[in-house]
Design a protein around this ligand. Structure first.
Ligand SMILES: *Cc1c(COP(=O)(O)O)cnc(C)c1O
Length: 233
């Protein structure tokens, strides 16, 4: 029976091997442990094994864990769809939001971020697969949104995030991740100081790192298969 600590070690080894294979330093890639649907005790176990950054998809569930684990000093990333009636909770509890896809949400987060906290780190979620059903902005709308978000006083725009369609086609995945990398390079050339590409999950860590991921968001490979069905938003 593999423990969370065992699986975490295996994922760290995958990340390091993928980085080295891509000619990159393993330290360039941050492992975000996606703890959605798992109890605070599972987060505690991962934290005891040295994991520092955790990702949550559902606002109330995330805020409850943040409150329960406050003494551990962990870093919390909101990575799920965000509705405007939940921005206040996210702005006060989380350190990062990866899923910005509308200016209105970014404006609310900026206005609601506590003045005593550092700016909220944010990424813009891009729909790299062109699917109607997926959240994220279209690639040709990223630049306008990025410049508007970068001007908001209580946010710090760090980069871009994507969730490609599930596929075992490695070449297709690399092409999707390359779209994000190229967009990021264009934004940097246009003067934005970005340092984050949030891409890659349990099944596609390697192609994401090959295309420049700086944060991989990994749930299943660390905590196991989720039994609670994903809620739809
Ligand atoms: C659930 C989720 C992940 C983690 O997915 P796994 O396949 O379990 O690694 C990463 N990113 C987002 C946005 C998610 O919702």
């Amino acid at each position: 029976m593999m423990t969370i600590s065992d699986r975490l070690q295996a994922v760290r080894a995958r990340v390091a091997a993928a980085a080295v294979a891509a000619g990159r330093a393993p330290e360039e890639v941050t492992l975000l442990a996606v703890s959605k649907t798992w109890p605070a005790a599972a987060v505690r176990e991962a934290a005891a094994a040295g994991q520092q950054a955790f990702g949550e998809n559902y606002v109330q569930e995330g805020v409850d864990k943040i409150d329960a684990l406050r003494e551990l000093g962990l870093e919390w990333h909101f990575i799920g769809p965000l509705q405007s009636n939940k921005t206040r909770q996210v702005a006060s509890a989380f350190d990062w939001v990866h899923s910005i896809d509308r200016l209105k949400i970014a404006e609310r987060l900026s206005a609601q971020r506590d003045v005593h906290l550092p700016p909220l780190n944010v990424c813009i979620q891009v729909n790299v697969s062109g699917e109607d059903s997926k959240s994220g902005v279209a690639p040709d709308e990223v630049a306008a949104l990025a410049h508007a978000v970068a001007d908001l006083p209580r946010l710090r725009l760090r980069g871009l995030m994507c969730i490609p369609e599930p596929t075992g086609d490695l070449a297709l995945l690399r092409a999707r991740f390359a779209v994000l990398r190229t967009l990021q390079a264009e934004l940097i050339a246009a003067g934005l100081a970005l340092d984050t590409l949030s891409m890659g999950m349990s099944h596609d860590i390697e192609p994401a790192i090959a295309e420049g991921a700086t944060i991989v968001r990994v749930g299943t490979a660390i905590f196991g298969e989720r039994t609670r069905p994903e809620e739809s938003h």
